[in-house]
Design a protein around this ligand. Structure first.
Ligand SMILES: NC(=O)C1=CN([C@@H]2O[C@H](COP(=O)(O)OP(=O)(O)OC[C@H]3O[C@@H](n4cnc5c(N)ncnc54)[C@H](O)[C@@H]3O)[C@@H](O)[C@H]2O)C=CC1
Ligand SMILES: N[C@@H](CC=O)C(=O)O
Ligand code: NA
Length: 428
């Protein structure tokens, strides 16, 4: 009989338990596809006695993930604990140094230490696979490293945090403010233990860092991504954007420009009738553009037990088959150094502001825009009260610097009430 692929799994939470369940449920099918059985040898987590709804009989127990990673009787170390440092990092290093391949769902670890760890893997003749770390069950890393291997990737876009997409779409459908929907998402168990990872855009930016590095074959530091979360997106903007034919999304965009890599994760407007605009609830979508293939759109569950464990199994089966794709799809020495573009490329912007309701107020704003080189495409004034008038403006393409100058200039018009809101409109 063919030698089994032997696994050590650290982390028995949502994803770890999912992996155990799939391996039990689909053992024969997986063995047939992998050409050999896939067996769990040993596991580790914080609490041994906890009832996880799945039996762990037949597996050795290790209290210490590093000790698990070093065991001689495992071939692949599966890290499903989480955290960018601490035991996750120490155990992955131990696994690589002792000659194991690694499978992980840990985007925080890889976005920050991935390049160092990939170098370590190469030195040991091993690899790190992380399909589950980026858009959960969507096979996007496989698409990039295998399906699109012949393409120069020109742009990567997507909604990569299900929690944020749930919050934004629920705000719109229920007409509820951010704070109320944040509490709902919390009650539903959607939020990470540290919710700022989700709503602050950090989790999604971790994923974009990895996509950009693999897609562009480059060393992309996490700091290259400009990040803005959804905490300040208001129900007023969601409703006003809808009236103008747009939806608000926490959108990741990474593209190579003449000025270097442009990578940002921020709330943007996208056309309501585009695939990204129509994406509801906790679903993820990744849009990949290649010079040969054109645009492809991948959609599915970015989180949850089944979908995330499904992605972990995809990496495990590849390793069982002997397919050892380099961590970043190419050896680290071939990854280019990138310049980071200082500013976002020009785009149309959505502006919402409240003006004093008196003659010439709108004209002053229009003049300020014009003087800063920002041209108006559409404008709408709705529902003014006795003293103020809400104004919505969609601009033609403008540079970030010109837009910023216009927002500054608004302050000296003497007609602005409160702060104006500006959101980029992305060409998807
Ligand atoms: N839950 C999801 O839908 C998704 C999770 N991921 C990633 O998968 C990984 C695991 O996530 P979940 O299963 O949701 O987490 P979880 O919180 O449900 O489970 C974590 C497990 O790791 C163990 N653990 C944590 N720290 C430990 C330590 N210091 N020593 C030993 N064991 C430790 C815990 O005891 C627990 O069994 C994380 O990196 C997460 O970002 C990625 C995509 C989706
Ligand atoms: N918190 C993440 C979970 C998976 O990465 C999300 O909401 O998408
Ligand atoms: Na994935």
């Amino acid at each position: 009989m063919t030698e089994p692929l032997r696994l050590g799994i650290a982390g028995l939470g949502t994803v770890g338990v999912g992996v155990v369940r799939i391996l039990r449920r689909n053992a024969e099918m997986i063995a047939a596809r992998a050409g050999r059985p896939v067996e769990i040898v040993a596991v580790s987590a914080r609490e041994r006695a906890r009832d996880r709804g799945v039996a762990l009989t037949g597996y050795d127990w290790e209290d210490d993930a590093v000790a698990l990673a070093r065991r001689d009787d495992i071939d692949v170390y599966v890290e499903l604990m989480g955290g960018s440092d601490g035991p996750a990092k120490a155990s992955v290093e131990a696994a690589l140094d002792s000659g194991k391949d690694v499978v992980t769902a840990n985007k925080a670890l890889l976005a920050i230490h991935g390049l160092d760890l990939a170098g370590r893997a190469e030195a040991a003749g091993r690899t790190i696979r992380f399909e589950a770390a980026v858009a959960g069950g969507i096979p996007v890393m496989k698409a990039l490293t295998e399906g699109l291997a012949g393409n120069e990737i020109t742009r990567i876009m997507g909604v990569m945090n299900g929690t944020c997409n749930y919050i934004l779409t629920r705000m719109e459908s229920a007409g509820l403010p951010y704070e109320a929907v944040f509490e709902e998402a919390n009650a539903l168990g959607y939020l990470e233990a540290d919710p700022t990872l989700d709503v602050g855009g950090i989790d999604a930016a971790h994923k974009l860092t990895l996509l950009a590095a693999v897609g562009f074959g480059a060393r992309v530091p996490f700091e290259a991504v400009q990040i803005e979360g959804i905490e300040r997106v208001s129900i007023e903007d969601i409703e006003a954007a809808a009236r103008m034919g747009y939806r608000v999304k926490l959108l990741g965009v990474a593209q190579m420009t003449g000025r270097g890599l442009e990578a940002r994760m921020s709330p943007c407007l996208v056309p309501a009738n585009s695939p990204l605009g129509e994406l509801d609830g906790a679903t993820n979508m990744v849009v990949l553009e290649g010079d040969a293939v054109g645009q492809i759109v991948l959609q599915g569950a970015g989180a949850g037990e089944g979908p995330t464990a499904s992605a972990v199994l995809s990496d495990i089966v590849d390793l069982a088959r002997g397919l050892r794709v380099p961590t970043y799809g190419a050896p680290t020495k071939s990854l280019g150094e990138l310049r980071t573009a200082a500013a976002a490329s020009p785009a149309p912007y959505y502006l919402r502001m409240r003006l004093e309701d008196r003659p010439g107020a709108l004209a002053r704003i229009a003049t300020a825009l014009g003087e800063c080189g920002v041209s108006i495409d559409r404008m709408r004034q709705t529902g003014h009260d006795d003293i103020s008038a809400p104004v919505l403006i969609v601009t033609h393409k403008a540079s970030a610097a010109d837009l910023q100058a216009a927002l500054e200039a608004f302050k000296s018009t003497g007609v602005l009430i409160g702060e104006p809101v500006a959101l980029r409109i992305e060409d998807v």
